[in-house]
Design a protein around this ligand. Structure first.
Ligand code: FAD
Length: 433
């Protein structure tokens, strides 16, 4: 008689949950996704993927890479295809609009590729078979047997429950699974922490952007640096739209810990960037009069001691939410998913039953902790480098260049095959012990 295939429950259907679900389904595993929203949904903003993330997509499944290729947008000038960003002096008040001094450029194999989040998710969702995802399921808590092969129980807010052999929490920056693992909502690390940076975001039709800023500034990835703030712009939607993210630092507390996004007015953007030069002023002019302000929280103050607890594990932002200054948070989630999928597909895990899943999650945690937690800290440092706040560096463009290059290359050069091999070798050792 054939043994029944184990079921993996995924909590959360954001980029991490959906990518992991597809990767596990492609490895012929039983998967159920529980998402609190009434449908899959992403915001209408851009997200960029570095070369390590693109390699990880391929490792998860060629379909995911194909979905990405369908919606990806690169810098629009062929000569800038490999440029990640031109870093420009946004503070230079003497330059004309569109003529800021370029301080340095960083390049990699994929340049400033970016996707419209919602469009990328739409493409990936097509790869998830019907019946796998259960919407309006907000996880409240988890119960797992203390010994033996009994199932892990997920308890939802609507009073229903579900059972699985193992649970992966992909429930994002405010993860219930993380709070459950750490032992409660008030335990340090359960809640994310404000980084004292926030961001305004906007999407500008490309024609308007070109008219206002000139071809190069509108159509290619640009980072406008300055004191206590920086603005980045890059093309999305196959070059029909310019994405704007304007970051600012201040010492105040975020006013509403429940809502990480609050509505605001363009006057506040002008106020925050009043000392910046004319190109930055022109970018602000292009934004809508009413817009959203996003608080940048992360898990950097209290990194998790481990991503696993028995047959429950966290992955993506649920385990290591980062500020976005490396543009690598979602990419590292995809690396996580590739490593997790290959571990859970190992036949040795299934043969060992409950102990097998515990071992796979232990191997995942051991393999992923250092790189993912380094990213959170390095991203904080990068945000400060862009805003002339980094100790020992200030506004010294040469030093900013050297440090940004080194830090980004550490991310971009990450080889997913090596990460998977290392995790599998650790799994073998744990299973033998
Ligand atoms: P989420 O996207 O938060 O998804 C979590 C899902 O879980 C959601 O669908 C949610 O509804 C669901 N959920 C939550 N709680 C529960 C519950 N209790 N029960 C059931 N479901 C639940 N990364 C990059 O790589 N490149 C970039 O350019 C980039 N830019 C960024 C810009 C900004 C301003 C920010 C804030 C982040 C940026 N990131 C970027 C980071 C990236 O957005 C995140 O790392 C990524 O989206 C995290 O995906 P996730 O699936 O882990 O979490």
């Amino acid at each position: 008689m054939a043994t029944k295939k184990p079921t993996i429950a995924i909590v959360g259907g954001g980029i991490s949950g959906v990518v992991l679900a597809i990767a596990l389904i492609r490895r012929d595993l039983n998967v159920q996704v529980y998402e609190q929203a009434h449908a899959f949904g992403e915001i209408g903003a851009g997200v960029a993927f570095s070369p390590n993330a693109v390699r990880a997509m391929r490792a998860c499944s060629p379909d995911i890479y194909a979905a990405f290729e369908k919606v990806v947008t690169h810098n629009q000038w062929p000569s800038k295809k490999n440029v990640w960003f031109d870093f420009q002096d946004g503070y230079d008040k003497n330059s004309k609009v569109g003529e800021e001094k370029v301080l340095f450029s960083l390049t990699n194999d994929y340049g400033a590729n970016s996707v419209h989040r919602a469009h990328f998710l739409d493409e990936m969702v097509k790869l998830v078979p019907e019946g796998v995802t259960h919407f309006k399921k907000h996880l409240d808590t988890i119960e797992q047997p203390t010994s033996g092969d009994g199932k892990v129980t997920l308890k939802f807010h609507d009073g229903t429950t579900a059972e699985a052999d193992a649970v992966v929490g992909c429930d994002g920056i405010k993860a219930r699974t993380r709070a459950w693992m750490l032992g409660g909502d008030d335990v340090p690390g359960a809640a994310p922490v404000y980084t004292h940076k926030y961001a305004y975001r906007g999407l500008i039709p490309m024609e308007r952007a070109v008219e206002a800023l000139g071809d190069d500034n509108a159509k290619n990835g640009k980072m406008h640096l300055g004191k206590d703030g920086h603005i980045l712009t890059f093309p999305v939607d196959h070059g029909s739209v310019m994405n704007v993210v304007a970051f600012h630092t201040n010492h105040d507390e975020w006013p509403d810990a429940k809502h990480l996004t609050l509505p605001t007015k363009k006057e506040h953007v002008y106020e925050d960037f009043k000392d910046f030069g004319p190109t930055v002023q022109k970018i602000i002019e292009l934004l809508e009069p009413n817009l959203d302000c996003w608080a940048i929280f992360d898990t950097g103050a209290n990194p998790m001691p481990a991503y696993n607890k028995g047959r429950v594990c966290v992955l993506g932002d649920a385990g290591h939410a980062t500020s976005p200054h490396h543009g690598a948070g979602a990419g590292i989630c995809i690396e996580d998913a590739a490593v997790m999928a290959d571990l859970l597909a190992e036949s040795s895990v299934h043969r060992a039953g409950a102990k097998g899943f515990e071992a796979a999650f232990q191997a995942f945690s051991d393999a992923r902790k250092e790189r993912t937690q380094w990213l959170v800290q390095s991203s904080r440092r990068s945000g400060d480098l862009y805003e002339w706040r980094a100790e020992g560096v200030g506004s010294d463009a040469e030093k900013i260049h050297a440090e940004c290059k080194e830090r980004n290359e550490q991310i971009w050069n990450g080889q997913i095959d090596e990460m998977i091999a290392e995790a599998k070798s650790s799994l073998a050792t744990i299973l033998k012990a």
